[in-house]
Write a protein that binds this ligand. Structure first.
Ligand SMILES: Nc1nc2c(ncn2[C@@H]2O[C@H](COP(=O)(O)OP(=O)(O)OP(=O)(O)O)[C@@H](O)[C@H]2O)c(=O)[nH]1
Ligand SMILES: [Mg+2]
Length: 325
């Protein structure tokens, strides 16, 4: 990718040190993906070239179930294994300055200063879909920078969170006992997305009952090749975390063996290409859309015909280009 070395914009400095372990360059690149996702094409080209397909783990579940505490312990376990680990924590309500992000930082505070750990919080507020696009970019950047696994912590309450889950290879659903466990998981649509279920806060009464309820629900689910296990953890003390690491590994190996991992990643690549096409089309056709919408308002045409005409004009341009080559 020689041409990229001569890009002259404020990110050249970041570009030069990116994928070489410079955390500030990485942080800047991530911010750019969040702020101006339409302007990072070349950056992504290079990131994809460096990426090795790092394992992505989604940690989701209702608010307060212990996701951050558990993520912190998982992080520790992978670090002890010599892996460089990244965490992307998304929060639907508190962008940047909010209370729970601050809380997350405190809960993962034991890893501050560890050069093998990268923690990033992203906001979802007001950016449905936008988050989705940048989450994929951020994962690729982290992968290219040598982090793996990449842990995505997200509150499992809405569509944008489920979309983030689509970006991962293994989804861990974390619930806590005592809040009507079946309703908790079912209402948020978490039963369908979980590859591994965790009843955290197993030091509280009711954890075993909650685990049984979940097991029943899992057994009533669709009979796939992988049957999601239900584990008990006490994230506060780290109890059960090694078993969780094992369950994630088993899921990954099983998925890989069945070809399902490849299928999941392929679906992800397809979705990403579609999204890029959408962005490009909207970018390129912006002026034409403005023009045609006036015509639609005046009753001179309709949205379908307008869209078709705009689309046909692309095809003509492409044919012209080919003819000129
Ligand atoms: N007793 C007990 N408390 C726990 C356990 N795990 C987490 N907690 C506590 O539960 C509270 C919420 O934990 P978090 O890790 O912030 O939960 P979360 O799911 O990340 O919360 P949100 O990100 O706000 O949805 C904190 O006060 C934790 O200390 C556990 O295993 N046992
Ligand atoms: Mg949290």
């Amino acid at each position: 990718m020689e041409g990229n070395q001569s890009i002259s914009n404020p990110d050249t400095a970041a570009g030069a040190t990116l994928f070489g372990g410079d955390r500030r360059a990485l942080a800047r690149a991530i911010s750019r993906c969040e702020r101006e996702p339409d302007s990072v094409g070349q950056l992504l080209e290079r990131a994809y070239a460096h990426a090795t397909g790092a394992l992505r783990i989604g940690i989701t579940g209702p608010p307060g179930s212990g996701k951050s505490t558990l993520t912190d312990k998982l992080l520790g376990a992978y670090r002890r294994d010599g892996r460089r680990v990244a965490v992307v924590a998304t929060d639907p309500s508190s962008p940047y300055s909010g209370g729970s992000l601050l809380g997350d930082r405190v809960r993962m505070g034991s890893h501050t200063g560890d050069p093998g750990v990268f923690i990033r919080s992203m906001s979802t507020r007001g950016r449905l879909g936008g988050l989705n696009a940048s989450a994929e970019m951020v994962a690729v950047l982290l992968d290219a920078e040598g982090y793996g696994p990449i842990l995505f912590e997200t509150v499992g309450v809405g569509q944008s969170e489920v979309e983030v889950i689509d970006r991962t290879d293994t989804v861990v659903v974390v619930i806590a006992p005592g809040f009507g466990d079946d309703i908790q998981a079912e209402k948020a649509g978490l039963m369908e997305v979980g590859d591994v279920f965790v009843v955290n806060k197993a030091d509280h009464p009711g954890a075993i009952k909650a685990a049984r309820t979940l097991e029943n629900m899992v057994s009533m689910g669709p009979g796939h090749d992988w049957r999601p296990p239900v584990l008990l953890t006490v994230a506060k003390t780290g109890e059960g975390v090694d078993e969780l690491v094992d369950a994630i590994r088993s899921h990954n190996e099983s998925m890989a063996g069945l070809g399902a991992l490849r299928a999941r990643r392929r679906a992800r690549a397809e979705a990403e290409i579609s999204r890029m096409i959408e962005r490009l089309v909207v970018q390129v056709s912006g002026p034409a859309i403005a023009q045609y919408s006036e015509a639609v308002m005046a009753g001179a045409t309709d949205p379908w015909s307008a869209a078709k005409q705009i689309f046909d004009s692309f095809r003509i341009e492409d044919t012209d280009r080919e003819a000129n080559c």
